[in-house]
Design a protein around this ligand. Structure first.
Ligand SMILES: NC(=O)c1ccc[n+]([C@@H]2O[C@H](COP(=O)([O-])OP(=O)(O)OC[C@H]3O[C@@H](n4cnc5c(N)ncnc54)[C@H](OP(=O)(O)O)[C@@H]3O)[C@@H](O)[C@H]2O)c1
Length: 362
């Protein structure tokens, strides 16, 4: 029995007819148009929702603070690599301010002593320094890794900040990159980061795997150079992309064991590495960048739709979101913009080096 006939009108040809629950549904619209509209609506909804979430996360929703990784009893330790300058020094300071004891990893003993002294006197926390050149494979580095593994096993070791990183001295084509520079970048960014994490992970799992025990956190600092392939920084860009994939694989492995693993994305920050001295809306100071990082755990912000990854600082988040917006078009234009930016930076850096050389001769 056919009770009703429902007409959906259009001026297009094709009249698919359906019988649903005794009703005859006649669509005066081609099926292809309906499918296309549904796909379009789904995409629109996805982007609208993710954009609203981005704005809510940046403006309203409180993120989780790193303090949530401390244990209720006892003293929790956080370890920061590359903590004698830039972002690492700020991570050490802001963790100490939250009453974490801080294990410091750097290559200059005198600089580490200064940081230790500052944290102990200003925040009343304990510190432990490990002096190691993380880019030099061999016995000394292996010994440092063993000492850190033992330290993590014998203390309440809750937070690892894989901050240390090396980049190119100036933008340079891959073909012209010195092998020593390539090795420095690969050893620092990848080998050291993986080896260190491997050394402390069993202790973090043992700390957090039991019911009711505090969770542990492994944060690795990535770079938008790893997200958008960056010509003339190919080695750096590749190592940061590798860290992103490694983070996600590891994050899934230990998800059920109480250890949170995340990659934090950054664009430019004032530091020796960026060679930018003045802050602006797009280039925060290490203090502002680290503040947003330590207080927004669990919020992807600019990394909407990308698991185990986040872009905490507001302007970097908007940039990251925009890059992801139009897929291929965004990526190919991003690569083009970065290519010309790096060519320009290289030209200026070479001129500056020439002037410095001429100045020395006079
Ligand atoms: N700054 C940016 O614009 C930016 C953007 C995106 C991502 N990042 C990432 O953020 C992280 C921190 O960068 P940053 O800008 O703070 O760098 P930075 O200012 O150059 O500081 C690097 C820190 O790491 C230490 N370090 C470097 N090589 C080392 C080695 N071989 N052994 C031991 N310690 C070493 C340095 O020690 P010394 O004091 O002895 O030199 C310093 O404490 C890196 O992973 C970087 O890739 C930075």
């Amino acid at each position: 029995m056919v009770a009703d006939t429902i007409h959906v009108h259009s001026h297009l040809a094709g009249h698919p007819t359906y019988h649903i629950l005794g009703h005859e549904l006649v669509l005066d619209v081609p099926l292809s148009a309906i499918i296309l509209s549904a796909v379009g609506a789904a995409f629109l909804l996805r982007y609208t929702l993710s954009f609203f979430r981005l704005i809510l996360e940046l403006a309203i929703l409180p993120g989780r603070d790193v303090k949530s990784y401390k244990s209720k009893k006892g003293e929790t330790w956080a370890l920061v690599t590359g903590c004698t300058g830039g972002l690492g020094l700020e991570f050490a300071r802001q963790l100490a301010k939250r009453n974490f004891n801080v294990a410091l990893v750097g290559r200059r003993k005198s600089a580490l002593d200064e940081v230790a002294q500052e944290l102990e006197s200003k925040y009343g926390v304990k510190t432990q320094a490990f002096v190691v050149d993380v880019a030099s494979p061999g016995t000394t580095r292996d010994e440092a890794l063993s000492q850190i593994a033992l330290f993590a096993k014998s203390n309440d070791f809750g937070v690892l900040i894989n901050n240390v990183g090396a980049s190119h001295n100036m933008p340079v084509s891959f073909a012209e990159t010195e092998r020593s520079e390539m090795n420095q970048i690969i050893e620092t960014n990848i080998n050291w980061t993986l080896l260190l994490t491997h050394s402390v992970l069993p202790s973090m799992i043992a700390r957090s795997n039991k019911k009711g025990s505090p969770k542990s956190l492994i944060t690795t600092i990535g770079s938008l150079s790893g997200r958008i392939p960056s010509p003339l920084l190919a080695t750096y860009s590749g190592t940061k992309a590798a860290l992103s994939t490694w983070t996600k694989a590891l994050a899934k492995e230990v998800e059920g064991k109480g250890v949170d693993v995340e990659l934090v994305q950054a664009a430019f920050v004032v530091s020796n590495m960026s060679k930018i001295r003045r802050s602006s809306a797009l280039v925060p100071t290490p203090a502002s960048f680290v503040k947003s990082t330590l207080s927004s755990i669990g919020q992807p912000r600019g990394a909407q739709g990308r698991p185990y990854e986040r872009t905490p600082f507001w302007s970097h988040a908007l940039l990251d979101y925009a890059v992801g917006f139009a897929g291929y078009i965004s990526e190919i234009s991003g690569i083009k913009v970065i290519d010309s930016m790096h060519k320009d930076i290289r030209k200026r850096a070479l001129k500056k080096a020439e002037r410095a050389k001429a100045g020395k001769k006079e």
